[in-house]
Ligand binder design. Structure first.
Ligand code: LLP
Length: 414
């Protein structure tokens, strides 16, 4: 299923033409599809239907409370990495009992808020963090459910910046230390060991690294059992990739098929933390061509979105598909699609064959994950508005930032 389709020569999201949304709400504009978000969530939920499981959508991928609310209504849990993300989940009507808290630098106040909210589990990444959670829980007279994030040392075969499961990465507890750390955790006050967790990277396009990591974690679970430590759940993390260009990532069903034979015989509840696979292809970034700037070497199309709106191309050299919303019947020539920010690295795409005129509307596809959430105010540019489409209706789920918003937090010397 795709909610983004051409009809009568122009791109629609569900039942609405993107052209109309751009006119109504202005550009740059993030547009998300409720139906597409729901289809992606259900694909995970149904793929694991044969075993006890909980999908915990990784909030960092797209944390708009409108998006979180759509998923919460379907029964989604949430993987959070900050007190801020917890507040978003609660504001969106999410169930704290279905929240897992990842991340390697949890602050005391964040731990306290999560304990009081009654989250399902803290995914712990170090000895020092265990001590901190134990101290906070003891002070509050509460018990913290914990799981250790182990680092299985597998190569996810993805971009180095988004690969997390190797020995040299900062994440998780080395698998050879895990037994010792679990034994320590068992003795600390205020903690209850409930699970084990692993996340090896993002935008994985084969099942093999997931299966490898799972085998290592299952072996670890057996070893723990020999030491008298039994677990209730296994969190397999996120990381399933999406198609941006020509990748053919496994579907959630294929991902599940690779893992289920190993899991069916175990008496474990499976948690998973997909982010990108739920949000990326449920959203686009709309941008308008301001100027065409031909030169002897290159043609530039200067658009009104920039690296501050969508940083993936600049930061990871990520390829995002860029299409004309209403394609012209004219010769297509290669353009570098660049923003107005004063950096050579400010581009959305290079050498894209398009037939363009100033004022044309472009859609950057696959921008629903790690798009708006990574945006900034660089060059004093207000962040884009976010729109959530549901059938024939479009709702503003975040209004465009104004200059007044940007200046409101600042002051001059007396
Ligand atoms: N769980 C943990 C512990 C994570 O660190 C992440 C992502 C996820 C789940 C969700 O992974 P996903 O299913 O979305 O692959 N900004 C980068 C991606 C960074 C991913 C960080 N961790 C990008 O734009 O490609």
């Amino acid at each position: 299923m795709t909610a983004f389709t051409y009809r009568t020569g122009t791109l629609f999201v569900e039942n609405l033409p993107l052209q109309e949304l751009a006119e109504r709400f202005g550009t740059p504009l993030y547009v998300y599809s409720r139906a597409q978000l729901e289809a992606h969530y259900r694909a995970f939920d149904e793929a694991f239907a044969d075993i006890p499981h909980q999908v915990c959508y990784a909030v960092k991928a797209n944390s708009n409370i409108g998006v979180l609310n759509v998923l919460a209504r379907l029964g989604s849990g949430f993987d959070i990495v900050s007190g801020g993300e917890l507040a978003r989940v609660l504001a969106a009507g999410g169930d704290p009992a279905k929240v897992v808290f990842s991340g390697l630098g949890k602050q005391e106040s964040e731990i306290e808020d999560a304990l009081k909210a009654g989250i399902a589990c803290f995914n712990v990444e170090s000895d020092a963090e265990l001590d901190r959670i134990s101290a906070v829980a003891s002070r509050l007279g509460l018990t913290a459910p914990v799981s250790l994030r182990v680092n299985p040392d597998v190569d996810a075969g993805t971009h180095p910046y988004i690969s997390t499961g190797l020995k040299e990465n900062k994440f998780g507890i080395a698998i050879e230390d895990a037994i010792r750390v679990y034994q320590r955790a068992a003795l600390l006050p205020g903690l209850k060991i409930v699970g084990i967790d692993c996340h090896i990277g993002s935008q994985l396009t084969t099942t093999l690294p997931f299966a490898d990591a799972l085998d290592r974690v299952l072996a670890m679970i057996d070893q723990l059992a020999e030491h008298g430590i039994t677990l209730e759940h296994l969190d397999i993390g996120g990381g399933l990739g999406v198609r941006y260009r020509d990748e053919v990532p496994p579907t959630p069903a294929e991902y599940a098929a690779a893992l289920l034979p190993r899991l069916k015989t175990r008496n474990l509840k499976i948690y998973m933390e997909p982010g990108r696979a739920i949000a990326a292809n449920a959203g686009v970034l709309l941008t308008r061509v301001e100027f065409l700037k031909p030169s002897a070497h290159k043609n530039f199309a200067v658009v009104d979105a920039a690296m501050n709106d969508l940083i993936r191309p600049s930061l990871y050299s990520a390829w995002m598909d860029i299409v004309a919303v209403t394609p012209r019947d004219a010769e297509r020539v290669p353009y570098d699609i660049v923003g107005p920010v004063c950096e050579t690295g400010d581009f959305l795409g290079k050498e894209r064959k398009l037939a363009l005129e100033p004022g044309d509307l472009l859609s950057v596809m696959g921008a629903g994950a790690y798009g708006f959430v990574m945006s900034s105010n660089y060059n004093t540019r207000g962040r884009a508005a976010e729109i959530l489409v549901d059938g024939n209706h479009a709702y503003t789920v975040r209004r465009r930032e104004t200059l007044a918003d940007l200046l409101a937090l600042e002051s001059v010397l007396p």
